[in-house]
Design a binder for this molecule. Structure first.
Ligand code: SF4
Length: 323
């Protein structure tokens, strides 16, 4: 299965001037050295606390920002080199669904026009074909053709998220980035939307990259998971393997609070001391060492761990697993 999207050494650093005379240059490493890929029909999760670099990563994947170094390959082509028809094809085939369905829908635009927008911007279709595709997309998310004439205020939060999903699938994408897609919804609605994602994936062979705080949703919806800390992926592997036996101490602490697949299993939650450090002033050595319950002293404080292979298809960045 050849990857649709391949991320190689992806890094985004922001440099700015500080001080009275703006003579000091400081750098924030929002993300550094990310490597992952995603194949057809697969779901990858990016998890981690706020400030770990998930938002920057999704912006880089959507080409809303360009990397400082590294690249994102779509069908083998660097997305930052795409222009004209190639860029339109990318924008059409890689879509996103964001957290807040209220803010992503313009209140004065009819549902038909909102859902049709990716087609109008990126494809040349007749108005009849656009109409047909909008109705098919609304039908796929459980709405009716007559809903196309209505305005956003006529729908509930859950229905509005269905409309946002219809707009994401109308251009028949291959990959959808789901950025906290159910966090803004009532708990009672969440499972319906999560199951809708599953159904659409089964029907259209979609791939998803899920960014979510909710670890239960992550476990249910995804095949693989990349755990991020302070702009780096510190562990990556099959979701069930990582949730069942996290190897990196940060993943261990983060996931200790997650629901187990086995209701009879009792997990001891591992407390994490302190807050995520500022990316303006990251700790030396292993960035997690001030909070780590397995800190090994000098080596952790002074040397940044390389990414090691801890098990087949599992990579971990921690001195415990150094080659
Ligand atoms: Fe903890 Fe050391 Fe591993 Fe970092 S390298 S996660 S401080 S054990």
């Amino acid at each position: 299965n050849t990857p649709i999207l391949k991320v190689e050494n992806l890094s985004r650093h922001f440099t700015f001037q500080t001080g009275m005379l703006k003579r000091q240059t400081r750098t924030v490493k929002a993300v550094t050295g990310l490597n992952f890929d995603i194949c057809s029909g697969e779901t990858l999760a990016l998890v981690g606390e706020s400030g770990c670099g998930k938002t920057t990563t999704t912006r880089l994947l959507l080409r809303l920002q360009s990397p400082t170094f590294g690249r994102v390959l779509y069908d083998g082509q660097d997305i930052n080199e795409l222009k004209g028809a190639g860029l339109k094809a990318y924008r059409s085939k890689v879509q996103a669904v964001f957290q807040d369905p209220w803010s992503s829908i313009n209140p004065r635009v009819r549902i038909r026009d909102f859902v049709a927008e990716p087609l109008v911007v990126n494809e040349k279709l007749t108005s009849g074909e656009v109409e047909r595709r909008v109705h098919a997309a609304l039908d796929a998310v459980g709405l009716r053709p007559q809903d196309a004439r209505k305005f956003p205020h006529e729908f509930s939060g859950g229905q509005r998220q269905r409309i946002a999903i219809a707009s994401a699938i109308v251009s028949r994408p291959r990959l959808i980035i789901l950025d906290e897609p159910v966090s803004g919804l009532d708990v009672s609605i969440r499972s319906q939307i999560i199951n809708l994602f599953k159904d659409l994936q089964a029907e259209y062979g979609l791939s998803y990259i899920l960014v979510a705080h909710d670890l239960a949703t992550t476990r249910y919806l995804t095949d693989r998971v990349a755990v991020m800390y302070l702009g780096q992926i510190i562990e990556q592997g099959a979701t069930d393997d990582v949730f069942d036996a996290p190897a990196h101490p940060y993943a261990e602490a983060l996931l200790s609070a997650a629901l187990s697949a086995d209701p009879g299993e009792v997990r001891n939650e591992i407390p994490m001391s302190g807050e995520v450090p500022s990316p303006l002033n990251p700790p030396s050595g292993c960035a997690f060492h001030p909070r780590c319950h397995r800190n090994m002293g000098e080596i952790c404080q002074s040397h940044s761990p390389a990414l090691g292979v801890q098990a087949p298809n599992r990579t971990v960045s921690c001195h415990q697993y150094a080659p």
